[in-house]
Design a protein around this ligand. Structure first.
Ligand code: ADP
Ligand code: GN1
Ligand code: MG
Length: 374
């Protein structure tokens, strides 16, 4: 983490620490694998504090942070109008981007790091794992609503913040290269997992082929729909705000559906080492399917609905492949917290793929039940 310029960054933003206020604390925050997030607390008067989320964007991964921020500003403005039109509170239901003292949406420090700030959405909570079916259902409705609210956003005007982000065949190519040129000792350790990926190589292009054949529509999608990228209202326990908008780009609805299932309908954690705890929870799969289709409110095509199980399987397969690629090439992409962390993450994803294969008929029956109610 190269965050030595954090004080310089804080000073650059028009936070309520200026004038009569004072900075009270800045603490690393959250569980993200890519950016560096801090909770910044400022005392405004004797008895009141104002909190912010400060983030250093990972510019090794997001090559063009100004373009990324341009996407974020435009998308949140669009969401803001929709939320207002439906009687909601845009201060709590979408991210708001703080300006710097000079009126910009981001700040570049003297070490060339890029920073941004959001007001902390108070009285909210973030779940690292599904605690009950209702929360997961609510998250599904929220991601479906997000999809619906952005349905009229001109997708072609968005920058691709990471090219080919969910292009599974392109991820497979990167993986094959990593197997050939990566660390040999690590490859030996991961032989079983490498074979697992290669055995399923034929399936990698199912969704991208349907997209290029015009059978699936390109939409504005979030692309990182983990449960911890939603804030819940601490009082009502309903989904409040979709966050982590770095990867909002043109994509497939199946990416958003699939990534949520991959993370939230897993009976184990993403980095669980006891693989007997890892599998697909069909009741959570059912709750999410129901909620997502309700949130999308009739906007998905029959082909999209039919392919929902494949979205879940391919997003899990792809994510496992990305963890394994990073393991083979020296852990430069995802933050790790222990030796072999990325290999362990890859193993959970492949265990989950195998369990989806075993439960495939049930997954399809659930999608049929909610997608084509009789
Ligand atoms: P990362 O890209 O590292 O996952 P996120 O944007 O998801 O970063 O933020 C990390 C965590 O910070 C979230 O999981 C959430 O707990 C918290 N967070 C982010 N933005 C806000 C906000 N505006 N208000 C309250 N909490 C937030
Ligand atoms: C990363 O930043 P975070 O933790 O929300 C990654 C996702 C992966 C996820 C796996 C930009 O998300 O694509 O699915 O880790 N984000 C990026 O947990 O690569
Ligand atoms: Mg996140």
């Amino acid at each position: 983490m190269n965050c030595t310029k954090i004080d310089e960054a804080i000073a650059a933003f028009a936070l309520e620490a200026g004038a009569n206020g004072r900075l009270v604390s800045k603490t690393p925050y959250g569980n993200g694998h890519i950016n560096d997030t801090f909770l910044v607390c400022c005392q405004t008067t004797e008895s009141t504090e104002k909190r912010y989320i400060l983030q250093r964007m990972n510019h090794d991964i997001f090559k063009n942070p100004p373009q990324l921020m341009e996407n974020m500003v435009h998308v949140t403005e669009h969401l803001r109008k929709k939320i207002l039109a439906q009687g909601g509170d845009p201060e709590r239901e979408t991210l708001n981007i703080m300006k710097t003292e000079s009126g910009a949406d981001w700040y570049q420090d003297s070490d060339k790091n890029y920073w941004r700030v959001f007001p902390f959405i108070e009285n909210s909570m973030c779940l690292q794992k599904v605690e009950n079916t209702k929360d997961f259902y609510d998250s599904a409705v929220a991601f479906g609503n997000f999809q619906r609210m952005l349905a009229d956003y001109p997708a072609e005007t968005l920058h691709e913040t990471i090219p080919n982000f969910h292009n599974t065949p392109s991820r497979l190519q990167d993986f094959q290269k990593a197997v050939q040129t990566g660390d040999k000792e690590r490859a030996a350790l991961a032989q079983k997992e490498i074979t697992f990926v290669l055995d399923r190589a034929q399936e990698a292009s199912v969704l991208t082929d349907l997209l290029s054949g015009g059978e699936l529509p390109l939409r504005v999608t979030h692309n990182d729909t983990k449960l911890n990228n939603i804030l819940f209202d601490a009082d009502t326990h309903t989904a409040l705000c979709i966050i982590d908008l770095d990867t909002v780009m043109p994509g497939l609805s199946l990416y958003d559906f699939g990534d949520s299932i991959r993370f939230g309908a897993n009976t184990g954690a993403e980095d669980e080492t006891d693989l007997t705890k890892v599998g697909l929870d069909l009741s959570l799969f059912e709750a999410f399917t129901k909620g997502y289709l309700e949130g999308c409110s009739g906007s998905l095509t029959a082909k999209e609905i039919e392919m929902l199980p494949m979205g879940a399987k391919l997003m899990t397969y792809e994510c496992g492949m990305r963890f394994l690629t990073d393991f083979l090439t020296g852990d430069h992409y995802f933050k790790i917290h222990r030796e072999n962390h990325n290999l362990e993450r890859a193993r959970t994803q492949f265990q989950l793929v195998a369990d989806m294969e075993a439960k495939w008929n049930e997954m399809c029956a659930i999608v049929q039940k909610y997608g084509n109610p009789s």
